[in-house]
Every structure is written in structure tokens, then in C-alpha cells.
Design a protein around this ligand. Structure first.
Ligand code: BGP
Length: 461
């Protein structure tokens, strides 16, 4: 049928340990960089809400998993907390094993396939103080953690992800002040980025060499780069934005090599990178089985400045505000549904049509209590339904034209804590009452149920 998705299409939501679990100082979990940052600079956090007791999944997961079933989910992605599973980096925390095993077992028993990610921005603090991604030791620390997770949960989990948006801690921490270490240093950014990629490669190697069952992939935030005009200088700018922000992780993960343009950039900017020859051998050999793509917004760019004041990237491209852009004013992100189709076709044509899924797509809205219907007591989030429908239409077109997409996950299930905005913008299909930690389904929850159960867009319901 025209608006029906492929058989066994995955429907569900994405979240992460640090944004959903809470209990950040409970049952032996060690501190992450976020716990540390909040302890030292709480003013940096919106309304001073820190990571400690977010969304309460650690205590309410049994009921929450029942709710997932009521929403029609057949899959759910979250992450294991490295600092919970291996508080000192070496010894397994049995309480974490019990918790995660029960979560995964209940998901499976409720017909919800767990897709389990190993890293969602939550570096253990004891590793951060040793240099975090800048210290080569992190590669082996991460591979050890990955192997521990495969050993502890490999009988339950068959769909593994190494990283969510590995570029974000680099971009936001080494070229911005939104994640720690909050510096602007292109040399450090590239070294940390290379170590992140190698940590991924050595984790995939551990997975394949030990022949664990299932598949392993990576989740990237692919932002298609659109030039502001036909002018060759603007076109060139879009190419650089794509090389730096998409291909820097996409090419090595899928093709096993870095793009030549990235090597040119490194030479031109005189960036010195430490690595070992065999790293590149393993990178070539241990590519991913599948890709997750987080898509919220496109990147619009124009030609850069010849002599930028301090931001070296501005030589290559500058942001461009398209006057016709439809914006989500709460997040300041452009809404451009066709971007999802462009991604689908790009993966089909340039990335061997590798199996992929939409691992995050959603809309964050401030002040959602405005939309609570007094009789129903339910947030009437029509805008979220429209947002998902419009993106799904473009996704469907990409699938119809042969792109190998196997699922769609909305960000998110229950309103989550966010890195930069805490609970300012709400993304969930289910509303979280911050006072009581009670959950209330929004209108989009019953809409999502129909979508998932009929495996089709609304015209076929
Ligand atoms: C993605 C992250 C998520 C989530 C989402 C929404 O980039 O993977 O962790 O936070 O963005 O963004 P935000 O919370 O900043 O509004």
C-alpha cells in the first residue's frame, strides 16, 4: 500500500542513560563530567536543574516499559552509563548489571527490541581528569568497557551502538563552551576526535573478534549542508561543512577511511595528530553493520572570511540564515523536512545503501503546559504530530526510491533532561511533571500508537 512502511519497520523512541535514568549518585555509580560540572558551576544549567534526579527511569522503569507497549513501540534506544557499569573503569558494578538486565529483559518481554548505545556524552569524571578523549589510553578504556557490556548483556541485546553523535562532545567541548573542557582549540579538537573514532573502531573490533551475536553500528547527527547560492564559493563552503561535520565520522565508520579533503584540511591548518599505523588497518577492517541518523535541522552555509578573527573554521564556511526558513523558535533550529529525504538518497548513492534508521527526530517546545486541555488533562501537541508526519512523508519517499531505512525513532519517550536546556524544551510523547515525577501521555502518544500499529501514514488508517 502506498503509505505503508516496509515490513518489520522499527517504531519507537530514543533516549539516553544520563538524560532519563536519574539516580546519578545511587547504587555505586561514579561521577560523570556532567555531575562534576553541575557541582562546580550550577549556574550554567537552566533553572539550575542538574543531572542528579532526572526523569526517574531508574526507579520507574517497570511502569515506563509498560507505557512503551501502550504507545505501540516495537523498539527503544537508550544508553548504558559507563560510570554506572564500571565506576572505577575496571570492576563491574553488580547493581548496574542487575538494573540493566532487568530493563532489557522487560523490554524484550513487552515486544520492545532494545537498541543499546555505549556512549551518550557522559564521560566518567575519573577518565576526564586524565585527559578524556585527548589521552590515547581512552581508546583501550572504552574498548574494555564495550567488551564488558557485550559480556554482561550480549545474551539479551543484539543491536549495539558505540556512540551517539560522537562529534558533539568535540564540537561543543573543544570549539565551544557547551561541554567540558569548554575550550576553543582546533588541534585538541582533532586529536580528541581521532581518539573518539578509534575508540569506536576498537569497540567494533572487540565485538567482531569475539563473535558476539547481533549487529553493531554508530549514530551520527547528519546535517545536510546547503549552500546559500549557486556561487562556486558558497558551493565550496557547503563542501567543507559536509567534510568537517558529516564525513569526518561517516566516512571512516562506513568506508573505513577518512576523506582526502579532511587530510588536506589537517595539512593546511598544520594540525599534528598522534596515531599508530595499525589504527588505520583496523579502521579499514572494522566498519559498521548499520547506521543511525539523528536529524533535526539542516546546515545552511555561505563562503567563509579570508581572515577570520579567531574561528579558524570561518575561513571555510560561515552560517547562513535562509530568509524563507521555517523555524522552531524554542530551540532556534530550522525545520526542513526534505532534509530527511536528501539524507536517505545520499546514503543510498554514496554509502553503499547501508541499512540505516532514523535514530532521533523530534521537536522541543517550551511552555507545553499552555496546551493542556482542561477536560482531558492532556497536552494537545498537534505541532508534534505535524512535525513527525511531514518528516515521515519525506522519509517514505526516500524508502520508495530504494533507500535502505529500517526504522524511525522519535526524540523522545518521556520529557528528558537536556544538556543545554535541561527541561526548558519538552520533546516527549509523554509529559513529565517535574514536581511529582508523574507521567501523562500527550495527544501525540495515541497518534504514535496508531502510526506504529498500522505501520503506515495517517491516510491509510
Ligand atoms: C541530540 C542529542 C540528544 C538530545 C537532542 C535534543 O543532539 O543526541 O541527547 O538532547 O539532541 O537536543 P536538545 O536537548 O539540546 O534540545
Amino acid at each position: 500500500m502506498m503509505n505503508t512502511f516496509p515490513e518489520h519497520f522499527l517504531w519507537g523512541a530514543a533516549s539516553s542513560g544520563p538524560q532519563l535514568e536519574g539516580a546519578s549518585a545511587v547504587d555505586g555509580k561514579a561521577k560523570t563530567v556532567w555531575d562534576h560540572w553541575y557541582e562546580t558551576e550550577p549556574d550554567k544549567f537552566y533553572q539550575q536543574i542538574g543531572p542528579k534526579n532526572v526523569s526517574d527511569f531508574y526507579f520507574q522503569y517497570k511502569e515506563d516499559i509498560e507505557t512503551m507497549k501502550e504507545l505501540g513501540f516495537n523498539s527503544f534506544r537508550t544508553s548504558i552509563s559507563w560510570a554506572r557499569l564500571l565506576p572505577d573503569g575496571k570492576n563491574v558494578n553488580e547493581k548496574a548489571v542487575v538494573f540493566y538486565r532487568d530493563v532489557f529483559t522487560r523490554l524484550i518481554d513487552n515486544g520492545v527490541k532494545p537498541i543499546i548505545n555505549l556512549f551518550h556524552f557522559d564521560m566518567p569524571y575519573h577518565l576526564y581528569v586524565k585527559g578524556g578523549w585527548e589521552n590515547r589510553d581512552i581508546i583501550h578504556e572504552f574498548a574494555f568497557y564495550a567488551k564488558t557490556a557485550f559480556e554482561c548483556f550480549g545474551d539479551l541485546v543484539e543491536d549495539w551502538v558505540t556512540f551517539n553523535e560522537p562529534i558533539v562532545p568535540i564540537e561543543m567541548g573543544y570549539l565551544n563552551d557547551k561541554h567540558l573542557p569548554a575550550v576553543f582549540d582546533i588541534q585538541r579538537a582533532f586529536q580528541a576526535g581521532l581518539h573518539t573514532m578509534l575508540a569506536h573502531v576498537y569497540a567494533v573490533k572487540a565485538f567482531k573478534e569475539n563473535a558476539y551475536k547481533g549487529k553493531i553500528g554508530i549514530i551520527l547527527n547528519l546535517t545536510p549542508s546547503y549552500p546559500s547560492s549557486e556561487d562556486p564559493a558558497d558551493q565550496e563552503a557547503a563542501k567543507w561543512a559536509d567534510v568537517l561535520f558529516n564525513r569526518s565520522f561517516l566516512d571512516p565508520a562506513v568506508h573505513g577511511t577518512y576523506p582526502n579533503e579532511l587530510k588536506q584540511f589537517i595539512e593546511r591548518e598544520q594540525i599534528e595528530l598522534d596515531y599508530e599505523e595499525e589504527d588505520l588497518v583496523w579502521m579499514k577492517q572494522y566498519t559498521v553493520d548499520f547506521l543511525g541518523v539523528n536529524y533535526y535541522q539542516p546546515r545552511r552555509v555561505q563562503a567563509g572570511d579570508t581572515d577570520p578573527a579567531h574561528d579558524v573554521l570561518q575561513k571555510y564556511f560561515k552560517p547562513y540564515q535562509w530568509p524563507d526558513a521555517k523555524m522552531n523558535p524554542h530551540r532556534g533550529w530550522e525545520i526542513y523536512e526534505k532534509g530527511l529525504y536528501d539524507i536517505a538518497i545520499h546514503i543510498r548513492d554514496n554509502y553503499s545503501n547501508i541499512p540505516w534508521y532514523v535514530a532521533e527526530n523530534g521537536i522541543g517546545v517550551e511552555g507545553e503546559e499552555r496546551f493542556i486541555d482542561n477536560c482531558l488533562g492532556e497536552v494537545q501537541d498537534e505541532y508534534r504530530i505535524v512535525f513527525m508526519t511531514d518528516h515521515l512523508r519525506w522519509l517514505k519517499k526516500g524508502i520508495d526510491e530504494g533507500s535502505n531505512c529500517f526504522g524511525y525513532h522519535v526524540w523522545t519517550f518521556i520529557d528528558n533532561w537536556s544538556w543545554l536546556n535541561e527541561y526548558k524544551n519538552r520533546y516527549g510523547l509523554v509529559r513529565l511533571d517535574l514536581e511529582t515525577m508523574e507521567r501523562h501521555k500527550k495527544k501525540s502518544a495515541s497518534w504514535f500508537y496508531k502510526l506504529a500499529k498500522r505501520n503506515a501514514l495517517p491516510e491509510n488508517w
